[in-house]
Design a protein around this ligand. Structure first.
Ligand SMILES: *Cc1c(COP(=O)(O)O)cnc(C)c1O
Length: 442
């Protein structure tokens, strides 16, 4: 909801519209900071501003009426960036809206972030962040592999505007990350360091703390520094909080776990207000904000986020433990099975609090075996995407990664025998029964 006044003088200036501000939230009780799961039921919404409605209405309007001309001018100062931190009041639905602002307040709570912005899709969030940060001649340093559309955006679309890229493998050591950043610096301005962890579909984790150390060594505080941006779609916000490990901006496809019901497309970015200011300005200009209806749906989703993700995570642990020993299974690429003492296990221990519910199942055989397995599934649905209440299964080599060149597929271990699975919140024994009968059909 409209932002709280920043200072006494500002409070005086905004007094005229004070009655339209939400009541202050209770964030603490008896010295205890309230947990996100509790705050999701009311944070950022004052029923008194909406006829006492327990739940926020969906505000289907393109524009908002100003109390007076001075208020309109002040709000526009926020929209245009003359005053940092975004608009103090509601202006026009390309810039902000009640549903989006409540959603942004609540998303920030999950990430322990100062603020958040939401977008019409995960890719809209990623594209808006990059457009806000890059200039011709700049280099984007990124971990690889990335979500396919993100790779397309960086290499093929931003490449047309003279933006270069340089990548390092997701599991790279601090020395290898250092080498990549040194090389990029030699080529000109580094616009941003972009990470995705775990990588899809390999599930390889990026050492965000190592990336932050390298960035801080090369770009000391006080000077111009490339922000560390990370796509946290696979483990966030429950199982990985990269802001605590040195990232500046955390990105989401809210379509996945955050939305969680496979019924909407949306994106989000969380971080410090100052880091979000240029991104908000770009979003205000190009109109990549999420719509009020999707924002409202996401408010429902966030109320059950912890329940859904916890159950999906427990289900995945049981399913993976069962799959691992099956004679027709070659290997299960699941974050819960990292080799003790390995570099990946060390990153996992420092960065993650759960193994997620999306994993790679490598069957013995090739495409024929994988297809027989997929076609035999009766509960799991054959679809791309992840993080929904229902279990989904897909074939990366033939679907999401079809256009990836063969050599790169091989390097990334995207074989024809690979099936990608996202476990939902069904009964785990029913899921195991489904995988059992589908493996029998292989
Ligand atoms: C799905 C996904 C995206 C893109 O999100 P959309 O909401 O489909 O635009 C980006 N990154 C990752 C890791 C994803 O899984």
């Amino acid at each position: 909801m409209p932002k709280k006044p920043q200072s006494e003088t500002e409070a005086d200036l905004t007094a005229v519209s004070a009655r339209r501000r939400p009541r202050a939230d209770i964030m603490e009780l008896g010295g205890r900071r309230l947990k996100p799961a509790t705050l999701m039921m009311g944070h950022g919404f004052d029923p008194a501003l909406s006829e006492g409605s327990l739940k926020p209405p969906i505000f289907l309007t393109s524009t908002f009426v100003f109390e007076n001309a001075a208020a309109g001018k002040r709000f526009f100062e926020g929209v245009t960036g003359k005053r940092p931190g975004g608009a103090e009041g509601l202006v026009y639905s390309r810039f902000n809206g009640p549903n989006q602002e409540i959603l942004e307040d609540r998303l920030a709570v999950w990430e322990d972030a100062e603020d958040a912005l939401t977008f019409s899709s995960g890719m809209a969030a990623i594209a808006t962040v990059m457009l806000a940060l890059v200039r011709p001649g700049d280099t984007i340093v990124h971990s690889g592999p990335l979500y396919a559309a993100t790779e397309t955006l960086i290499a093929r679309i931003l490449g047309r505007f003279g933006v270069h890229w340089l990548d390092f493998p997701a599991g790279a050591s601090e020395a290898d990350i250092e080498a990549a950043i040194t090389k990029a610096k030699g080529a000109g301005r580094v616009a941003l360091i972009y990470l995705e962890s775990p990588a899809n579909p390999t599930n390889v984790l990026v050492d965000v703390e190592a990336v932050a150390r390298v960035r801080d060594r090369h770009f000391p505080q006080g000077g111009e520094r490339p922000p560390i941006v990370i796509d946290n779609t696979f483990l966030g916000p429950l199982w990985q909080k990269p802001l605590a490990h040195g990232a500046d901006l955390v990105l989401y496809s809210l379509t996945k776990y955050a939305g969680g019901h496979s019924d909407l497309v949306a994106g989000g970015v969380t971080g410090a207000k100052a880091a979000l200011d240029p991104i908000r300005a770009m979003r205000n200009t190009i109109g990549t904000i999420t719509d009020p209806h999707s924002a409202w749906m996401l408010l429902r989703s966030l109320e059950t986020l912890e329940l859904r993700m916890s159950r999906a995570g427990e289900n995945a642990a049981r399913v993976c433990a069962w799959l691992r020993d099956h004679p027709k299974v070659q290997r299960v690429g699941y974050l819960g099975f990292l080799e003790e003492g390995s570099a990946q296990a060390d990153i996992y221990r420092r960065h993650c609090t759960g193994a997620g519910s999306t994993f790679s199942l490598y069957l013995k055989g090739g495409e024929a075996e994988a297809f027989r397995f997929l076609d035999a599934l009766k509960i799991a649905k054959l679809a791309v995407s992840l993080g929904g209440t229902e279990t989904l299964a897909s074939h990366p080599a033939g679907m999401t990664h079809l256009s990836v060149p063969d050599a790169r597929k091989q390097a990334l271990d995207i074989g024809d025998n690979l099936v990608r699975i996202s476990i939902g919140v069904e009964d785990p024994e029913d899921l195991i029964a489904d995988f059992q009968q589908a493996l029998e059909a292989v």
